[in-house]
Design a protein. Structure first.
Length: 418
């Protein structure tokens, strides 16, 4: 459920007409609904209300500090994967004791910054990372709190690029090797062993892989206990999918119930790292039609709608072949036709949709690319020297620009002619 609705054929975000925002902000822009973000966070968090837990929003999915601040105000923590994300998260006012740090390649400087910031947990992904963290913590005269990210070798049945919990993926520590690492860590003066974590993939539409992974983690936690290691946290990562098209992912309530059932008898605080499920359907990308054109082939004609948003603004269609629903902001009731919706970038791979049925549109019409709140702006770039677009947050009858559109001077900031 989200707060993007059609009223008399006109798309609204909460109480604001999308067209009004476009008139004032220009296009393209990302548009988020505060009520939807709030509702999604609360629905997810409520699913775990009966157990000790911490919901750490996956910052990579949507990193604007206004959104991080909103979730922090609702009691959320943050799952970060870089020094830059740590900086944002702190700027947004997230309590450091609610920040966990994942990722396979943390640099020494990043580890130092996170130790200084007194975050809750480091999710360690290799023996070398453990040794580096011990060295950095020792040089600072402190103890670093860690979980180890276990790779449970479970197939999440999702897109290959976003499967992370299979042995062939670069993530985590094979479950068979993990005990030795825990025992090594127990002997390290500047490491405090606190938990176990895993993250098997993203956009999962089935509950079974999560439960399979959790089951393996549970058995592993018992093995740790047999070896005298008692942990306080179990982190199940993120990954619950959303509906982009016809997918039927589990409702957070159903997901929560299955996990709580599997966790019965385990005394640990559950950490979750949801990203997409909180923000995906709380954001859209609004773009304006620049041109329509038809390329006449030998056997058939191909119609293109050229818009002002491109693969640098929303990379998911180009990168993963991902589907995003695209609808006119004002429905004119025009007949439908099949088109490719493409951007201005000089690559054939620059498209938002292919062979898509769309009401006939004209130059100047606005289109809404739906379900763009997750991995939308956060994956955008300046390719083709395109300034990154504005981000806008609607709250009831008002809207706020939460990130200004970049300017041409922004594009060359930091560049120098020697
Ligand atoms: N925790 C860790 C350690 C992760 O690597 C991820 C996502 C999450 C949590 C959040 O997963 P979520 O709840 O959002 O599924 N760019 C891709 C998605 C990449 C996901 C990477 N890891 C896309 O646009 O589909």
């Amino acid at each position: 459920m989200n707060h993007f609705t059609s009223r008399n054929g006109e798309l609204f975000c909460e109480q604001v007409a999308v067209t009004d925002i476009a008139r004032q902000v220009g296009t393209p822009f990302y548009l988020y609904s505060k009520a939807t973000l709030t509702r999604h966070f609360q629905a997810f968090d409520a699913a775990f209300a009966s157990i000790k837990h911490l919901t750490c929003f996956a910052v990579k999915s949507c990193s604007n500090i206004a959104i991080l601040n909103l979730f922090a105000g609702l009691g959320g923590g943050a799952d970060i994967v870089s020094g830059g994300e740590l900086y944002r998260t702190l700027r947004a006012g997230v309590d450091p004791q609610r920040i966990i740090y994942s990722g396979v390649g943390k640099t020494e400087a990043e580890l130092r910054y996170a130790i200084e910031s007194q975050i809750l947990l480091f999710n360690i992904e290799s023996g070398q990372e453990l040794e580096r963290l011990q060295r950095v913590a020792a040089s600072m005269g402190v103890t670093a709190p860690v979980s180890f990210r276990i790779n449970p070798d479970v197939d999440p049945q999702t897109h290959a690029y976003i499967s992370t919990g299979l042995a062939k993926n670069k993530f985590g520590i094979p479950i068979a090797e993990a005990l030795a690492l825990y025992l090594q860590a127990e002997g390290m003066e500047h490491i405090a062993v606190k938990g176990v974590s895993c993250h098997i993939g993203s956009q999962l539409t089935l509950i079974a892989p999560f439960i399979e992974a959790l089951h393996k983690i549970k058995i592993f936690v018992e093995k740790l206990a047999d070896n005298g290691i008692v942990i306080q946290y179990i982190d199940l990562g993120g990954g619950v999918g959303i509906t982009y098209d016809a997918e039927q992912p589990p409702h957070p309530q159903e997901y929560g119930e299955a996990i709580i059932k599997e966790l019965q008898g385990v005394d640990a605080i559950l950490i979750l790292e949801p990203g997409r499920v909180l923000v995906g359907n709380a954001g859209i990308l609004v773009t304006e039609v620049q041109y329509t054109k038809t390329n006449q082939g030998i056997d058939k004609a191909k119609k293109f709608v050229v818009v002002d948003a491109a693969m640098n603004d929303l990379t998911r269609p180009s990168l993963y072949g991902a589907y995003h629903a695209i609808v006119p902001v004002r429905n004119t009731g025009a007949a439908h036709e099949v088109v490719d919706i493409v951007g201005p970038i000089c690559e054939t791979g620059d498209f938002l949709a292919k062979d898509r049925e769309l009401p006939v549109v004209e130059q100047g019409d606005l289109l809404a690319v739906m379900s763009a709140g997750a991995y939308g702006f956060s994956m955008s770039s300046n390719y083709n020297s395109r300034p990154r677009v504005a981000e806008v947050l609607v709250d009831g009858e008002h809207f706020h620009i939460i990130r200004q559109r970049e300017t041409f001077p922004d594009l060359v900031t930091g560049e120098q002619i020697p």
